[in-house]
Design a protein around this ligand. Sequence first.
Ligand SMILES: Nc1ncnc2c1ncn2[C@@H]1O[C@H](COP(=O)(O)OP(=O)(O)OP(=O)(O)O)[C@@H](O)[C@H]1O
Ligand SMILES: [Mg+2]
Length: 302
Amino acid sequence: VIGFGGYVDLINRTSVGGIVAAVTIFAMLTSPVSFLGRMIVFSENSRAAIGRIEEITSPEEEEYVEDGGEALGPGVLSFDHVRFSRGVSTILREITFKASPGEFIGITGRTGAGKTSLVNLITRYYEANSGTITLGGRNIKDISLSALRRSISIVPQEITLLSGTIRENILFGMEASDDRVREAARIASISDFVESLPLKYETPVGERGITLSGGQRQRVAIARAVIRNPKILILDDATSSVDPDTEITIFNNLKEALKGTIILMISLRASALSFADKVLILEEGELREESGGGEEDYVDRL
Ligand SMILES: Nc1ncnc2c1ncn2[C@@H]1O[C@H](COP(=O)(O)OP(=O)(O)OP(=O)(O)O)[C@@H](O)[C@H]1O
Ligand SMILES: [Mg+2]
């Protein structure tokens, strides 16, 4: 009970840090099962808190402005001899590549090759052990985490939808006009489906709403990423449940709508990889090969 009061108080004052702290305190105070129960209460009752998250994460008002007031301009993403290990195992070694604004880069390789780890280094979810990663010529270690993460959208391998409406799931705490929500949905090729529902964007999903298919969930998550107009868009196997034709439509839309964005697409599908300007192939943590898109044999060899 005491924990809950503190929790609500934290939410009301809110910052992402506050929410994280509240969730962490909760995790410590309660058993895992009741923690889950509270999390559902949290997602149902705290829309306002989600609104507050927006103040911190939205690029809307302060176009990629860093805490110091510095703008995080467009620029090349560069990996230079990046090495990453966890414990005794080396997950990535000697990773070197560049990606320019507007480039659509495919990343492929067997399961466990290090694809997700590689993209997690870009958001500094993980820290490289050696080598440097730069964005627009600046070491990402010198960019504030909030500025860095505000400029990157990731569609993860495992999608989580909030218990809420489709609109809320696309906005994910940010504020944007209905037109922008519809436009993001169009780019993600989910607008036709949403508009066929009686409640359209107000349709509840999750616990108390309709159950979306895997491919529909992935497309809602893509719309969520796109509406943030990121400098870097990372798609981690984000269209694996979408049929290949729709997948290509989405890629074409992304390329057209996000002209100055670096798109990094992790995929195992030849049809998706053939869309990329360049494909990076990871084999056991090493970048074996870089090839132009359009070929398919590298997938056959996997
Ligand atoms: N936090 C971690 N601690 C220890 N090992 C990790 C951690 N994260 C990833 N690994 C290991 O690093 C290797 C690469 O994992 P990663 O998730 O990057 O692979 P992946 O290429 O994305 O695979 P998949 O195609 O299955 O998603 C795996 O052997 C994995 O077990
Ligand atoms: Mg992965």
